[in-house]
Write a protein that binds this ligand. Structure first.
Ligand code: 13P
Length: 250
C-alpha cells in the first residue's frame, strides 16, 4: 500500500478516553427509523462501556428516553449550520440536544458528498453543537482518488484545518477513508496507525481519534489494539445487535 511521503518525527502521546476505555459509535445512517430501531436500542440497553448509538432523527427522542438510565449514549447524525429560522428540513443543534442526545456526527463523507457540505459548514455546525452542549464527532477522510494520487495527508490537513472550531471543549475526530466506507475494504493496520498519528500531530494531540470504514466483529480487535486508535465508528455492522455487541466486546 503506497503512502504519501511524509515523515512523522513528532512524538505524540496518546489521548486516552480514561477509565471508560475505547469509544464505540454506531452510525445507523438512514436505517431503522421506526419500531425496528427501538427494538435494536432495547437489545443494547444493558451494554456497559463507552458506547454511543446514532439513530435517525425520527426516533432520537424515544431512544434517548428508553436509554435514560443506561450507560449507552445517544447521538444524531448531523445538525444544521444555522441556529434557527426558515431552513426547511433542517434540525438545529439545540433541537438535537433537547431530544436527549449527547453527541452529533458532523462532516460525514456522505453528507459532504450528497449535500455538498464544506469543511467551513462543518466548522459552523461544530461551533453550534458545542454551544448547545453536544460533543461533535467530526469526520475526515480521503477519497479513493485522493488516496491513489498520494494526497491523503494533504486532504486530511485541509479538512482538519477548516472543520475544527477554535475551542477548548471536547471534540472527537473520526478518520473514515471514503474508499473504506461500506466497501469491505479496510486499510492496513500500518496505514491506520500512520494516518491516526498524522491527525494527532496536526491537532496537537488534543482529541481522541476514531477509525471508521468497514469495521466488523472480525477486524475490530486488531484495529482497536492500535494505540493511536481511540475507538471505532461503525456503520453497517452496528445495525445488528449481536454483531455490534461482538465489536464492543473486542
Ligand atoms: P461502514 O461501517 O458501513 O463501512 O460505514 C462506516 C461509516 O460511514 C460510519 O460512519
Amino acid at each position: 500500500m503506497a503512502f504519501y511521503a511524509i515523515s512523522v518525527p513528532y512524538r505524540y502521546h496518546i489521548i486516552s478516553l480514561g477509565a471508560m476505555g475505547k469509544l464505540i459509535v454506531g452510525n445507523w445512517k438512514m436505517n431503522k427509523g421506526d419500531e425496528a430501531g427501538l427494538q435494536l436500542a432495547k437489545n443494547l440497553i444493558d451494554l456497559k462501556g463507552n458506547v454511543v448509538i446514532c439513530p435517525p432523527y425520527t426516533i432520537l427522542r424515544e431512544v434517548a428516553h428508553l436509554l435514560r438510565d443506561a450507560s449507552l449514549k445517544v447521538g444524531a447524525q448531523d445538525c444544521s449550520s444555522h441556529e434557527e429560522g426558515s431552513y426547511t428540513g433542517e434540525v438545529s443543534a439545540s433541537m438535537v440536544k433537547s431530544s436527549g442526545c449527547s453527541y452529533v456526527i458532523l462532516g460525514h463523507s456522505e453528507v459532504r458528498t450528497h449535500r455538498k457540505e464544506t469543511s467551513q459548514m462543518v466548522q459552523k455546525k461544530a461551533a453550534l453543537a458545542l454551544e448547545a452542549g453536544l460533543i461533535p464527532l467530526i469526520c475526515v477522510g480521503e477519497t479513493r482518488q485522493d488516496y491513489e494520487a498520494g494526497k491523503t495527508f494533504e486532504v486530511l490537513k485541509s479538512q482538519l484545518d477548516l472543520s475544527i472550531p477554535e475551542t477548548t471543549q471536547e471534540i472527537i475526530i473520526a478518520y473514515e477513508p471514503v474508499w473504506a466506507i461500506g466497501t469491505g475494504l479496510v486499510p492496513s493496520l500500518e496505514y491506520i496507525e500512520k494516518t491516526h498519528g498524522f491527525i494527532r500531530q496536526m491537532t496537537g494531540d488534543k482529541y481522541p481519534v476514531l477509525y471508521g470504514g468497514s469495521v466488523t466483529s472480525k477486524n475490530a480487535q486488531a484495529i482497536l489494539s492500535i494505540p493511536e486508535v481511540s475507538g471505532v465508528l461503525v456503520g453497517g455492522a452496528s445495525l445488528q445487535a449481536e454483531e455490534f455487541i461482538k465489536i464492543i466486546n473486542a
